[in-house]
Design a binder for this molecule. Structure first.
Ligand code: ZN
Length: 479
């Protein structure tokens, strides 16, 4: 880590000079104002019938100058319905039945296309105006190990409600839901969620439990402020708890391995180097999951069968800072959180575990990436350019996404760390967190933070990595 500095500084100058300035100017700052959003969600879970009954209210207050005539919102469970003439040849299956939809007590018309619901308001919502949207729905839970599904005695019910799309001050900005990556773009809201499950089941959830009633059924109420999402899981868990720096940590698992002290150890490290943890609680839930894990605000899901559980926990915990607190457009700039978090995971695991973990993982990422690059140039030709800065649907495969966003991303930050040194590097990360928490950050914001700490040359280096112009840089970083 420390013996490459001279060669890399030379490389950086060359990369910086040869890189065209692709992020010429900072994006226009967002219109001033706020769309204040509160959710009051009631979920009754029928475990035997695999159904969830939803009743929810969304309170919206418009503090922008703009006029809102229709709302756009996501109903994520519908992503798992199967449409007629399904491309994969599956049988048609409707998982969601919408009940009454009304606004301020009056029925309103709406359309639902895939996961996206458009609600036409009877009256426009102008500055200072408020509305209350009421929605009821019955949702079936499919058998799968994805974000919304059930199996092996667990129901994973992430974002099982109608969630307003991100409002940028003039319109709702929506992103397509595709299988690759985390295609989310969400604003902040306050959540109050009540869940009722049959006796014998427990509920792991985002936020803080403020009420618990155990009788013929279990009823819990949880609250979370300033969050971009809310998730729950229903199962029969062992629950371990502790508190670190005033943050309540809960670990839901079906094993008897209590990971709360490990979680606390990392949390202390993050707080000291990155900044205050953005939520009052952190819940880590292990369940059957197709992938390694998934982050939600104050809540993370971890594949209970994963071999690298510690790595997944650390990764998803870091997303609490970058993805949850500092938001981003996960469709157009997926690398923004994902690459940074992948790098910080090995950086912090090296601090906690030691034993050359960092060096080994950087080498492993380089090896993976170079194998990928060789294979890609064999398939797509020598001109194949490993561009990281592109929309999720422009990635050719999961392999390309993994190699560029995760592995090449690790290499990019490793290069930056070598150039800046640890003190400046950590200062830039802290700067990025402090300046962007609560907002939707962009690549420009990230570059600004690194430039402020590392000087103007850093921009060229980051852009070179994003646009696949680092043949020279990557080779040297790999020395
Ligand atoms: Zn991630």
């Amino acid at each position: 880590m420390k013996n490459k500095v001279v060669k890399i500084v030379v490389a950086v100058i060359v990369v910086a000079l040869s890189t065209i300035c692709l992020f010429g100017c900072k994006q226009e700052s967002e219109a001033r104002g706020e769309l204040k959003v509160e959710y009051d969600v009631n979920l009754a879970v029928d475990v035997e019938q695999s159904k969830v009954y939803l009743k929810q209210k969304i309170f919206i207050e418009n503090h922008y100058d703009s006029e809102i005539t229709s709302l756009k919102a996501y109903l994520y469970p519908n992503a798992y319905s199967v449409p007629e003439n399904d491309a994969k040849g599956r049988e048609k299956q409707d998982l969601v039945t919408i009940g009454n939809v009304n606004c301020n007590g009056k029925n309103v018309s709406y359309s639902l296309e895939g996961i996206l619901m458009t609600v036409n308001l009877n009256q426009s919502l102008t500055k200072g105006g408020q509305l209350e949207l009421n929605v009821g729905a019955t949702m079936s839970v499919p058998n799968n190990k994805l974000r919304y599904g059930q199996g092996e005695g667990i129901m994973n019910l992430a974002e099982c409600y109608l969630k307003l799309a991100y409002y940028d001050g003039s319109d709702f900005v929506t992103v397509d839901y595709i299988e690759l990556g985390d295609p989310f773009l969400s604003g902040l809201a306050d959540y109050k969620v009540k869940v009722e499950v049959p006796k014998g089941w427990d509920v792991a959830h985002s936020g803080e439990e403020v009420c618990r009633e155990e009788g013929e059924t279990l009823k819990i109420q949880a609250e979370l402020k300033g969050a971009r999402d809310f998730a729950i899981a229903v199962g029969d868990f062992n629950v371990y708890q502790t508190e670190v720096d005033g943050i309540k940590i809960k670990h839901y698992t079906r094993s008897d391995e209590d990971n709360t002290s490990l979680i606390g150890r990392y949390l202390t490290e993050f707080i000291s180097k990155i900044g205050d943890f953005p939520y009052k609680t952190l819940t880590v839930t292990e369940l059957p999951f197709e992938y390694g894990g998934m982050e939600y605000c104050s809540y993370v899901v971890v594949n209970e069968k994963a071999q690298n559980k510690e790595e997944i926990i650390v990764h998803e915990m870091l997303h609490q800072y970058f993805a949850c607190a500092v938001g981003s457009n996960g469709f157009t700039e997926s690398y923004l959180d994902e690459s940074l978090v992948s790098f910080l995971t090995i950086y912090y695991m090296d601090i906690v575990k030691g034993g050359g973990y960092y060096q080994d993982e950087v080498k492993r990422a380089e090896k993976y990436y170079h194998t990928f690059l060789t294979a890609s140039r064999a398939v797509y030709g020598e001109k194949y350019n490993p561009i990281m800065a592109k929309n999720l649907d422009e990635y050719k495969s999961l392999y390309e996404y993994d190699a560029l966003v995760y592995k090449y991303g690790v290499m990019a930050y490793s290069g930056l760390l070598d150039i800046l040194g640890e003190r400046k590097f950590n200062k830039a990360i802290k700067e990025y967190y402090d300046n962007n928490k609560g907002d939707i950050a962009t690549t420009s914001n990230l570059i600004d933070s690194f430039e402020k700490v590392g000087g103007r040359g850093v921009r060229g280096v980051i852009e070179a990595y994003l646009y696949g112009k680092t043949t020279f840089g990557v080779r040297l970083v790999g020395v």
